[in-house]
Design a protein around this ligand. Structure first.
Ligand SMILES: Nc1nc2c(c(=O)[nH]1)N[C@H]1C(S)=C(S)[C@@H](COP(=O)(O)OP(=O)(O)OC[C@H]3O[C@@H](n4cnc5c(=O)[nH]c(N)nc54)[C@H](O)[C@@H]3O)O[C@H]1N2
Ligand SMILES: Nc1nc2c(c(=O)[nH]1)N[C@H]1C(S)=C(S)[C@@H](COP(=O)(O)OP(=O)(O)OC[C@H]3O[C@@H](n4cnc5c(=O)[nH]c(N)nc54)[C@H](O)[C@@H]3O)O[C@H]1N2
Ligand code: SF4
Ligand SMILES: [Mo]
Length: 694
């Protein structure tokens, strides 16, 4: 434990590509002060977001859970009584064993996500799942669409070094809002603008904080990036900006692709995207004339039913221009593929058996409501342990999620830091530590470092970390595997060693491990990630599909990049398209419990184009209704002009009870699986908008 007024070194555990290296003021053995970005980390570069800088508000929050609770009122009533740890764990084990005895092990579904990105604390639950043959989780909610789309062409999940933006002529922030969602991208982009005259442009559906800081913003209708990318590449070929020599060496079917693009004219794309032809020409010219174009590809533009196709389409652009050949050129979506961590001990891989079903995380509503296709014809889910995720807020098709959690025959244990919407639905609530209170390692998907986040302070009495809970439960469930003999530090050590990334002592000394592949590898100059080393303009989508996840996954994807018309288009009854982009002061549903974040975000708001508002008789601040076949949400209107007409934006995620009727925004989003591997289309919903009730 550190001495008073010491500085501790850590890493941000939250679900954010920046994974910042942190310096934490330690006031005493339990109390932290300010949190700062590490200056000697060349990606963090001394900068972190405001919400983590004021982490003292979250870790020392008076509402933190500090004792196990048992439900004594109806589900969701919030009526609980304190119980002891042993009693709570005994009860959870009893329920799990009973569900297994009656319906088989697959009736238990351990459910988790990235509330912490720590490899030990997040993924140890997978170890229990494997050892017990419980239903596994098919992780789709965040990365299903975008990862499939990026890998379709590139064949790997890595990209150009983000620090090389310093050498770029042009930085294209495509479908990402880094001022809000990963501040370090802006640190590097703005530095490049100052030192190198680099131009920063944004492709988005509304005027985001990032669009306001950029040199230019190109605004389009949601779900139409495939069309825009095709028209841009049509122009690049037409006007001699395509690098034919590079294409011949590095791409699969450039000639066929060029023929395909001949019909994808700016006029065609203009109708689909809502952008005027002249703007599309300007965008293509900027990309064509700036060889060193760096494409920072966000998640947002892939959160549509055609999102994987759109991600692939955009990833084709730096191949057409050959931007990958230059330092400062190329693309980055996620670097998750560079770390090659061998996590077999954390996930008890040796215990994994074939034939156990894997349930789609995003379809938790359908799963809990017993839809046969979501359950693959197997047993109902009767018991759950939930760690690091808040599906009662963050999961799509929320009304069905609620109906599922309300089932009287479903037993739910939630291990949490706060009484979240999901915890309120639980039968047993267990109090969890925060990252500064336990040991873990983290990898930066938006950069190239593997970081240590050691235990720096003692947590509140009564809180336990995820590994402790999994191991205590494992003992009661008869889970037998060598991984249960390790503590967190032991698992970090064994994982680093197995991965050829040093060991615990080395990372404790150095704080992080540099994992950046050399330029030739990062920029695919040694070949793309497919066996023949070529980028795929015509991907083998079927090969990506993997496990058969029901009808939604089987949609036929067009051979070459295109506008794939599977989005939820507006119709007469639902004339608006809804985007639920992240709010700056929240991180998914995290931080929506801290006073400053709530104060800064004020209240749930729908941003409506002022002309649409005028036509509907809606004024600033009016209480309006958004409705579709899935749900109905009431919130206040804000009039803006930064998006296409017919598009409404609700920055997210407020707690459900911050909305007028206690029904949050995900009541409107759909959970049907996006092709080819599933994924939630959070920015692809049609809605009806009704003005103030009189
Ligand atoms: N403050 C804050 N930071 C966060 C999060 C948060 O909730 N709040 N969430 C974290 C997580 S889990 C993730 S995965 C990342 C995600 O971070 P990003 O990669 O930035 O992805 P999104 O935030 O989903 O959306 C980014 C932008 O995409 C735009 N967009 C939506 N649809 C389209 C479209 O069809 N085309 C185009 N071109 N743009 C579109 C949205 O308007 C939004 O401005 O951020 C992380 N950081
Ligand atoms: N409408 C709409 N919905 C969205 C999105 C959107 O853009 N729009 N974005 C989606 C995306 S990209 C994602 S990734 C999902 C993410 O959704 P979630 O995975 O639910 O993410 P968070 O809300 O960040 O974290 C969930 C919880 O983890 C808890 N937690 C943190 N650390 C620990 C720990 O060490 N132990 C335990 N036991 N608990 C911990 C936190 O207290 C928090 O309540 O949301 C999705 N939902
Ligand atoms: S920018 Fe992202 S990684 Fe960095 S401190 Fe904020 S939430 Fe954490
Ligand atoms: Mo995410």
């Amino acid at each position: 434990m550190a001495a008073p007024l010491d500085t501790g070194y850590s890493a941000c555990p939250h679900d954010c590509p920046s994974t910042c290296a942190l310096e934490v003021e330690l006031k005493d053995a339990r109390t932290i002060g300010r949190v700062r970005g590490a200056k000697d980390n060349d990606y963090t570069d001394g900068v972190i977001c405001a919400k983590v800088a004021r982490y003292a508000e979250r870790i020392h929050h008076p509402d933190r859970l500090t004792q196990p609770l048992r439900r004594i009122g109806p589900k969701g009533s919030g009526q609980f009584e304190p119980i002891g740890w042993d009693e709570a764990l005994d009860l959870v084990a009893e329920k799990f064993l009973a569900a297994e005895a009656e319906h088989g092990a697959e009736a238990v579904w351990p459910y988790y996500y990235a509330g912490t990105m720590g490899h030990v604390m997040r993924d140890r639950i997978i170890g229990l799942t494997h050892v017990k043959n419980y239903s596994r989780q098919h992780n789709t909610i965040c990365t299903g669409l975008s990862f499939a789309g990026y890998q379709a062409g590139n064949g790997a999940l890595r990209g150009a070094d983000p620090r090389s933006m310093a050498k770029s002529d042009l930085i294209v922030l495509w479908g990402t809002n880094p001022v809000s969602t990963q501040v370090n991208v802006m640190t590097h982009a703005v530095k490049a603008r100052k030192s190198n005259g680099t131009k920063i442009i944004v492709i988005d559906t509304y005027e985001t904080p990032t669009a306001k800081q950029a040199d230019e913003a190109f605004i389009l209708r949601p779900g139409t990036d495939g069309a825009l990318a095709c028209a841009v590449m049509h122009i690049l070929f037409r006007d001699g900006y395509a690098d034919r020599k590079y294409l011949a060496q590095y791409a699969d079917r450039p000639a066929d692709f060029e023929v395909h693009l001949a019909e994808k004219t700016p006029a065609w794309a203009s109708d689909i995207t809502g952008m005027c032809e002249a703007r599309i020409e300007e965008l293509a010219k900027l990309i064509g004339e700036n060889r060193k174009s760096y494409f920072r590809l966000g998640y947002g533009f892939a959160r549509s039913r055609n999102g994987a196709v759109n991600m692939h389409a955009v990833s084709c652009i730096p191949v057409v221009t050959g931007a990958w050949q230059h330092e400062g050129g190329g693309a980055l979506h996620s670097n998750s593929g560079i770390f090659s961590l061998d996590k077999s001990m954390i996930t008890a891989l040796s215990a994994r058996q074939d034939g156990v079903r894997s349930l789609d995380q995003s379809r938790i509503g359908a799963v809990l409501c017993g839809d046969a296709d979501a359950l693959f014809g197997g047993p109902p889910v009767k018991a759950m342990l939930i760690q690091n995720t808040n599906p009662m807020s963050v999961a799509p098709d929320q009304n069905r999620v609620r109906a599922g959690f309300e089932r009287e025959d479903l037993f739910v244990c939630v291990h949490e830091q706060f009484m979240t919407e999901t915890a309120r639905m639980a039968d047993i609530v267990l109090p969890a530590t925060m990252f500064l209170e336990h040991d873990d390692i983290y990898t930066g998907s938006g950069h190239q470092k593997l970081l240590l986040g050691p235990k720096l302070v003692a947590g509140p009495e009564g809180c336990r970390n995820n590994l402790e809970v999994i191991h205590a439960l494992g003992r009661r469930l008869g889970a037998d595997h060598e991984s249960f003999d390790f503590d967190a530090r032991g698992l970090i050590d064994v994982t680093l060693k197995a991965s050829g990334r040093g060991d615990l002592a080395i990372i404790e000394r150095d704080r992080w491990i540099e994992c950046q592949p050399p330029f030739e590898e990062a920029n695919f100059l040694n070949g793309f990630g497919h066996p023949d080393g070529k980028f795929r303009f015509a991907p083998d989508w079927a090969a990506l599909t993997g496990q058969d996840h029901g009808p939604g996954y089987k949609n036929t994807i067009p051979e070459f990049p295109d506008h794939w018309q599977v989005i939820e288009e507006a119709d007469l009854d639902h004339p608006f398209r809804l985007v639920t982009a992240p709010a700056r002061n929240f991180l998914n549903s995290s931080f929506n419990e801290t006073p400053t974040s709530m104060k800064n975000e004020v209240r749930p708001t729908v941003m409506i184009h002022e002309e649409d508002a005028g036509a509907a008789g809606i004024e600033e601040g009016d209480l309006v209704v958004l409705e579709n076949t899935r749900g109905r949400v009431r919130l206040h209107a804000k009039l803006v002009s930064g998006q296409k007409r017919g598009v409404v934006i609700v920055e997210s995620l407020f707690p459900n009870d911050a909305f007028v009727d206690g029904v949050g925004i995900n009541a409107l989003t759909g959970a049907d699986a996006g092709a080819p591997v599933g994924g939630a289309a959070f920015h692809d919903s049609r809605v009806m908008l009704t003005g103030p009730e009189i």
